[in-house]
Design a protein around this ligand. Structure first.
Ligand SMILES: [Zn+2]
Length: 433
């Protein structure tokens, strides 16, 4: 799940409240050491899911720095400056249930974890940032009690309609204490693609320790920093993602809160993620697996405990931009028409950083009806329903959510009728065979 969001831009300029919400983080989100090293600077970008309506196109649009730094003490990769979570996350445009492959992934996870932990009608599965109930619904089908915690009112409402009981709140130590007071102690705590979006990571992780039953397990999934770096996934950087994790750093963060990272799965979602398993320090029934030791060793071998490894990433990103522009310039000079597929947050980082507007991409399409008739932030590329691909017959289709490229190419198979070809922008611009 990508916990993306939107906000309505009612004012031409940032309101006083918005301005106040911008903080400059001169210190590490976790260990508080001063941040002095750049990981990558993607320039100025609008909030990547603030889709515009047509009457907003002629107004000023707030842009914020996308300057990512790395802590020299704990190697946490993080955005130096950010917009407050309350400002970003109160209404999402994103509904997790719009991706078939994500639903399949979630249903497989629920089968696996309920067997592994022998969850039943006496258990409680709690998901943090439970979105529209895309995952917890599968526990409900098995008769396993659930509680979602979700700050966005609109998606929480959809979850309730699916029978997924949902607490509409931000999660942290305070919320965890309230849950415990209500007898809501979790056998399983789930956090999928939420850790990156937490501005106060110590408060969030502390909350997990509070709400997790002794003997319980927490699993968290998030994109793996190693994959981001190796595969140039700079477009997964946006204002809503405050931090980017390696195993060695995340292990330190949880250890500081009395939680032991005892197992890890490497999974393919979001371009390469890891799922970590955590338990209380006192729970000796779950030994640390060789998978943890192996991945930790591979991260050391890849140099993730050395600053030089991080500071060379920038040049790789710039070269990726040059290659994508080179391809698009060539195609447009040949008179080819190029459309986009998808309007994900990552697309907006990419398009804004590369300066790709309607001069390169005529339009994009998306399955989410919320986005139809709106425009991408910054680049003002119009977003249409998917059927417009068939109607307008572009020569090339640039797949913005490249992590779903197989699913999308299969869905758009009919575009081959008129000889359309697909392009992925990451790790390097490439026309798919
Ligand atoms: Zn640090």
């Amino acid at each position: 799940m990508n916990m993306s969001n939107t906000m309505e831009l009612d004012e031409a300029e940032p309101t006083a409240d918005q301005t106040k919400s911008i903080k400059t983080t001169a210190h590490c989100l976790f260990c508080k050491a001063p941040l002095t090293h750049t990981f990558v600077d993607l320039g100025m970008s609008p909030l990547c899911e603030s889709y515009l309506t047509s009457d907003q196109l002629n107004r000023m649009e707030p842009f914020y720095p996308l300057h990512v730094k790395v802590c020299e003490q704990c190697f946490l990769v993080q955005l130096e400056q950010y917009v407050s979570a309350e400002h970003i996350f109160t209404e999402y445009a994103y509904f997790s249930s719009f991706s078939d492959s994500w639903l399949k992934h979630s249903s497989n996870y629920v089968d696996m974890i309920s067997n592994r932990l022998r969850l039943g009608s006496e258990s409680l599965a709690v998901e943090l940032a439970s979105n529209d109930g895309y995952l917890l619904q599968y526990f409900v089908k098995k008769g396993i009690p659930v509680l979602g915690v979700e700050p966005a009112v609109n998606v929480a409402k959809v979850a309730e309609q699916k029978g997924v009981s949902t607490l509409v709140k931000f999660f942290g130590c305070q919320t965890a204490l309230e849950m415990v007071a209500n007898g809501q102690v979790a056998d399983l705590v789930i956090g999928n693609n939420v850790l990156a979006q937490i501005p106060d990571i110590n408060d969030f992780v502390g909350g997990i320790r509070i709400v997790l039953k002794q003997g319980g397990v927490a699993t968290l999934e998030f994109p793996h920093l190693v994959r981001l770096m190796r595969e140039n996934q700079y477009d997964t950087i946006y204002h809503e993602h405050f931090s980017y994790f390696s195993l060695i750093t995340v292990e330190k963060i949880f250890a500081a809160h009395g939680l032991v990272l005892f197992d890890v799965d490497e999974i393919s979602t979001h371009g390469g993620s890891i799922r970590i398993y955590l338990r209380h320090f006192e729970d000796s029934s779950k030994p640390v697996t060789s998978a943890v030791v192996n991945l930790r060793n591979r991260e050391f071998a890849a140099g993730l405990n050395q600053m030089a490894t991080y500071t060379t990433f920038s040049e790789q990103v710039m070269e990726s931009k040059r290659k994508l522009l080179e391809l698009l310039i060539r195609l447009r000079r040949e008179g080819k028409r190029v459309a986009g597929y998808g309007a994900p947050g990552k697309g907006n980082t990419l398009l804004n950083y590369c300066g790709i507007r309607t001069d390169f991409l005529e339009f994009t399409v998306d399955r989410n009806p919320y986005k139809h008739g709106r425009f991408l932030p910054g680049t003002h590329i119009p977003i249409y329903p998917v059927e417009q691909i068939r109607k307008r017959r572009p020569d090339y289709i640039l797949i913005l959510p490249w992590n779903l490229k197989d699913e999308i190419v299969a869905q758009l198979d009919y575009a081959r009728e008129w000889g359309a070809k697909f392009i992925v922008p990451i790790p390097q611009a490439q026309i798919l065979a």
